[in-house]
Design a protein around this ligand. Structure first.
Ligand code: E4P
Length: 215
């Protein structure tokens, strides 16, 4: 399973990239708003840091306008993927952008039925949000497993991005379920690195090494 970093913060993106573990970035309007910077400038800077799919989301709710927004965004860099909200207009825009050769990520997927529609509209990626389902007392991972099963049985090429990841267990379970990608906040990537036994082990090896003669 590939990992993307889920943020619009360029310092976090640089940190994730320097680890050598991520191959793409997802942003959304909330993440962009947190940065207090011009959208297009942030997106351009991200494309200079990571050489992989960079999702940039449109905010219009009408297909013609979504396509109008998507075209200049897609021209920022060849790696730009247009993120579209899951709704009737988003599906129409997905179909049209796909026909134009522009990659898409249909976001805010909360049911397998929505994922099937997005795949049929030609989506390059679908983003089921598991954390937000957990937040309302549902089991987000059930949705991820359901979509992964359906896409596998049907031979659907659309890639599944496990999104709204809250902790390392989400990442591991998404990998087990057969997701193609998990998009992970930098804080969760940092948590994934750490294990107390690893830290103790490093400390003990270094302490023992001090006793080795003539090194
Ligand atoms: C995915 O592409 C979204 O940006 C993201 O995962 C949303 O996560 P949240 O539920 O933590 O806002």
């Amino acid at each position: 399973m590939k990992l993307f970093v889920d943020t619009a913060n360029v310092d976090d993106i640089r940190e994730a990239e320097s680890l050598g573990v991520i191959c793409g970035v997802t942003t959304n309007p909330s993440l962009i708003a947190k940065e207090g910077r011009v959208f297009e400038e942030v997106v351009k800077e991200i494309t200079e840091i990571v050489d992989g799919p960079i999702s940039a989301e449109v905010i219009s709710l009408e297909a013609d306008k979504m396509v109008e927004e998507a075209i200049p965004l897609s021209k920022i860099h060849k790696n730009i993927v247009i993120k579209l909200p899951m709704c009737a207009e988003g599906l129409k825009a997905c179909k049209r952008l796909t026909e134009m050769g522009i990659k898409t990520n249909v976001t805010l997927i909360f049911s397998a039925a929505q994922a099937i529609l997005a795949a049929n509209a030609g989506a390059t990626y679908v983003s089921p949000f598991l954390g937000r389902l957990d937040d309302i007392g549902m089991t987000g991972m059930d949705l991820i497993e359901e979509i992964a099963d359906i896409f596998s049985v049907q031979g659907i090429k659309t890639e599944i991005i496990a999104a709204s990841i809250r902790n390392p267990i989400h990442v591991v379970d998404a990998a087990r379920a057969g997701c193609d990608i998990a998009t992970v906040p930098m804080g969760v990537i940092r948590q994934m690195i750490k294990h107390p036994l690893t830290d103790n082990g490093i400390e003990r090896f270094l302490k023992d090494w001090e006793t080795v003669p003539n090194k």
